[in-house]
Design a binder for this molecule. Structure first.
Ligand SMILES: C[S@@+](CC[C@H](N)C(=O)[O-])C[C@H]1O[C@@H](n2cnc3c(N)ncnc32)[C@H](O)[C@@H]1O
Length: 563
């Protein structure tokens, strides 16, 4: 007998056991919270028959920071990109900033290839389904102390707030009101000047607050710490001479970059009689300047680099302290017209490249509001015109940070290629018509999502996946410098570690010999139809190594997220 109450049955018709069963079922039901109709989404369904991978579009590489880390632009649906990032970046992301479509009813986004408009009675359910599946994948990428920031406006603010509370129960959630459109827009009765940003931080971590300037101080130009980034070997672009007119006590120029492997470089006076100063410490060790050549040259031009009476080179820096941030942001720097649309028009050289980009400074200040190191990984999976990438590079330029950005966007109306990539390329190279954008030292690689057919995860799927997983592994290890490449194996480095991918066990001896020559710690990805990594065959490698079976390690992740 069914234990569902039928219209014909009266309460006295139920047995005691049936009633107990019904009460138990009712107790399990949600009593408070957000309920919506889950709508199957094509991009999610696709992952039942195909597995997403990444493929690099090699000709879109941007290189303007030798030895620096690589930022990523990924073109594709963010559900697929986030799936791949679950393999490459699980637990590695410090900050997620997103600005999803606001679901205004004005056909501002598509669900299953159809625009969602105000007549669609399922519009909120569709939007929530879309956001829930993305945030569910994105959550796995955050570090334990990582933060999520999400821009939104009045159409979905309440639904999103409840969903965030449910999905991030251990986080503190702050809501900031941003006056992004001070001239106002909207109906005859209310003219809207604001939107919002949810800022979610793990309980106990809290917000950093906002900076206020308290004065100025002189900082040594020579790096003095013990970490890798203080030495010429790891930051060759920051090793060059600073040219000083000793008599006038004036810094006049910067010398050429000293090549990474050069043993000798000029140390005598220049023909004008100026002295050359290199970042050499008291023990004669080769350290580095705080900045690369071009930044140093612009600081010299600004007059903030000084040569003290005691012969020390210093830079004048603001002394700042942190105070609580306001919950309402009204400064003109948050105006999306001036610092979003107009800025983008000037960068791109044409108007209307993209509707509603954020103010650069809104994203910059939101990222600065949460705790993170200056080598944070920052992900935006609704990247649009790439404001987040621009803000990350701006932050790096100001504090010599090594933050990395990952921008994900679909290619609707060619956005990814024509706007996201193009803007990032232009600002890295410098925009002549904008004196404040003189370029950024940064490297970028461009990837597209692609798919491997999955036939019940057979050995064929395994082989197909392995054949197309090289780019994913390079992204995972941040190792893109190719050392060896043949059908049997590939070896890459990031200058500090090596990444070896062995497709054919017959080549193991040659593979090990090449790795040994590199004399670097290695991460090894070994093709295997099972979980076996043949550890004993690698035991005698002289350097530190870590083994990982492919494709099993990738399939493991996909099994977890797609089930
Ligand atoms: C509101 S805009 C973001 C604007 C961005 N913050 C800026 O300042 O330019 C949202 C972007 O996400 C993209 N998008 C929407 N749905 C997506 C999806 N499922 N996967 C990837 N990108 C998507 C849209 O094409 C659009 O470019």
């Amino acid at each position: 007998m069914s234990n569902k109450p039928s219209q014909k049955r009266k309460i006295e018709d139920y047995s005691r056991e049936e009633l107990i069963g019904l009460v138990k079922e009712l107790k399990k039901r949600k009593k408070y919270g957000l309920v919506w109709e889950a709508k199957p989404e094509d991009v999610v369904e696709r992952c039942k028959s195909e597995l997403p991978v990444l493929e690099e579009v090699k000709e879109r590489i941007i290189e303007n920071n030798e030895g620096g880390l690589t930022n990523l632009i990924i073109e594709g649906d963010n559900y697929h990109a986030l799936s791949v990032l679950n393999y490459t970046h699980a637990g590695k992301v410090d900050i997620i900033y997103i600005d999803p479509p606001y679901n205004t009813g004005a056909s501002d986004w598509k669900y299953n290839n159809d625009y969602v408009d105000r007549n669609d009675t399922f519009r909120h359910s569709k939007w929530l389904s879309m956001m829930h599946s993305r945030l569910n994948l994105a959550k796995n990428l955050l570090k334990e102390e990582g933060a999520l920031i999400c821009a939104i406006d009045d159409y979905e603010v309440h639904h999103l707030g409840m969903m965030l509370e449910e999905m991030f129960p251990t986080y503190e959630i702050d809501l900031i009101v941003v006056a992004h459109h001070p001239q106002g827009a909207g109906s005859n009765t209310i003219s809207r000047v604001h939107e919002y940003a949810f800022v979610c931080t793990p309980a106990g971590v809290g917000l950093k607050g906002r900076k206020i300037r308290e004065g100025e101080d002189n900082w040594s130009l020579k790096r003095s710490g013990q970490g890798e980034n203080n030495w010429r070997t790891h930051r060759p672009k920051q090793f060059y001479a600073i040219i000083v007119d000793e008599k006038a006590r004036k810094v006049v120029d910067v010398g050429p970059e000293v090549p990474r492997d050069a043993d000798k470089y000029p140390t005598s006076k220049t023909k004008e009689g100026f002295i050359r100063i290199y970042p050499i410490d008291r023990e004669g060790k080769e350290r580095v300047w705080r900045y690369n050549r071009s930044t140093m040259a612009s600081l010299i031009a600004k007059g903030v680099i000084e040569f003290s009476e005691r012969g020390a080179l210093t830079v004048k820096k603001d002394v700042v302290s942190q105070v609580p941030a306001f919950s309402v942001w009204t400064d003109s720097r948050y105006n999306a017209g001036t610092h979003g649309s107009s800025l983008l028009t000037k960068i791109m050289g044409s108007a209307n490249a993209f509707q509603y980009p954020k103010s650069l400074w809104t994203v910059y200040d939101l990222i600065s509001l949460v705790h993170s190191n200056d080598d944070a990984v920052i992900l935006d999976f609704f990247a649009g015109s790439g404001t987040t990438g621009h803000a990350v590079m701006q932050l790096n330029k100001e504090d010599e940070g090594r933050r990395q950005f990952i921008l994900v966007t679909n290619n609707e109306n060619n956005i990814a290629e024509d706007v996201t990539y193009s803007r990032i390329r232009k600002v890295i190279e410098g925009v002549p018509q904008l004196p404040e954008i003189t370029g950024f030292p940064a490297n970028v690689r461009y990837f597209k999502t692609a798919f491997v057919p999955k036939d019940e995860v057979s050995d064929n799927t395994r082989r197909a996946l392995v054949a197309r997983c090289t780019d994913m592994i390079c992204v995972r290890e941040n190792a893109f410098e190719k050392k060896y490449d043949n059908k049997q194996y590939k070896i890459y480095t990031d200058g500090v570690n090596a990444t070896g991918i062995l497709f054919d066990l017959d080549a193991i001896d040659d593979f090990k010999e090449k790795l040994t020559k590199l004399k670097l710690p290695v991460r090894l990805y070994i093709f295997s139809l099972s979980n076996d990594v043949f550890a004993e065959d690698f035991a005698e490698l002289p350097m530190k190594h870590k083994l990982c079976p492919i494709p099993e390690s990738i399939l493991d992740v996909y099994r977890r997220i797609f089930t």
